[in-house]
Design a protein around this ligand. Structure first.
Ligand SMILES: [Zn+2]
Length: 301
């Protein structure tokens, strides 16, 4: 048995080579996963576009139509941060379908990862900060309905708060949101997750991992029966948008700590990419691959 990987070539949208979002990372990540023998033809799956009916569990019909018809207004496009072109529409539907597929695969296999996803700034009727649809929220609602799960954890370790996810589930006792993020960073208006841990600028590996160990200890008491893990690597010291001082070794330790904890308890875990905007593009791809590599190492050990 090995980790299941979900990937689609259309995760790479045409947003212009000079765009500050490193969209090409999705194409390069799968190449690296193949090169490292983490993604093979036997464990790699191609998603379909998420259906509108599945999206409707989380997003408004009006908003879904605006994305489908490419009809956001100027202000909405500015908040989104991407030009709303056909390939961005396509990417949003397949990446969300990808997280739904990975979520289902994790039920069978205990560990499955998308090579995109973690669009945690998307709200019920609004896209924000490079996030069109809240893929993890959509997949969580889908799983809850289909598999009658009792309590799902969304563990969000991206450097930015999972504000959209927190707001979507603010009145839902069955889906628990935990976000560990930089205090003085986007979004300026934070929402209320079930657990929020705010980090000071410049925090280093030891302190960060200590905070996470305590959080894991705390969440273990809830006996969750499923976990979504948003493994943003914008916590890295050389990230353009993060303000923390976490090393690559620190991120490797983080992934082992989180994934091993739930795997040992036989709790299915669906990993998604989250953010990453490293100054060094090759480093960025390597950092994103740690999620998939750690899952493979744990499941095969
Ligand atoms: Zn982020």
């Amino acid at each position: 048995m090995t980790v299941s990987i979900v990937n689609h070539p259309d995760y790479v949208a045409q947003i212009g080579d000079d765009h500050r979002f490193p969209i090409k990372k999705f194409g390069e990540l799968i190449k690296l996963l193949v090169k490292k023998n983490i993604a093979t033809k036997n464990n790699t799956f191609t998603p379909n576009e998420v259906s509108v009916s599945t999206l409707l569990n989380v997003h408004s019909e009006e908003y879904i139509n605006k994305i489908n018809n490419l009809s956001l207004n100027e202000d909405e496009v500015r908040k989104l941060g991407f030009p709303l072109v056909r390939s961005v529409r396509r990417r949003s539907f397949v990446a969300t379908g990808g997280t739904v597929l990975a979520a289902k695969l994790a039920i069978k296999n205990k560990l499955a990862c998308n090579t995109a996803g973690g669009s945690h700034h998307a709200f019920y009727d609004q896209g924000n900060g490079y996030c069109v649809f809240n893929d993890v929220a959509v997949a969580a609602k889908f799983l809850k309905k289909k598999y009658l799960l009792r309590k799902i954890l969304i563990l969000d370790l991206d450097v930015h708060q999972g504000d959209g996810t927190a707001k979507i589930f603010q009145n839902d006792d069955t889906i628990f949101t935990a976000s560990v993020h930089s205090k003085k960073n986007y979004p300026s208006k934070k929402q209320i997750s079930n657990i929020d841990i705010e980090l000071e600028d410049g925090i280093k590996d030891d302190e960060y991992l200590n905070i996470l160990s305590k959080l894991i200890y705390k969440v273990n008491k809830y006996n969750f029966d499923y976990v979504f893990y948003i493994a943003g690597v914008d916590v890295h010291s050389e990230d353009r948008l993060g303000k923390l001082n976490i090393s690559e070794t620190g991120i490797r330790s983080r992934e082992r700590l989180v994934i091993n904890n739930f795997y040992k308890k036989k709790i299915p875990l669906c990993g998604v990419l989250g953010g990453g905007y490293n100054h060094n593009f090759h480093k960025l791809i390597e950092l994103h691959s740690i999620l998939h590599e750690t899952c493979k190492n744990i499941i095969e050990s």
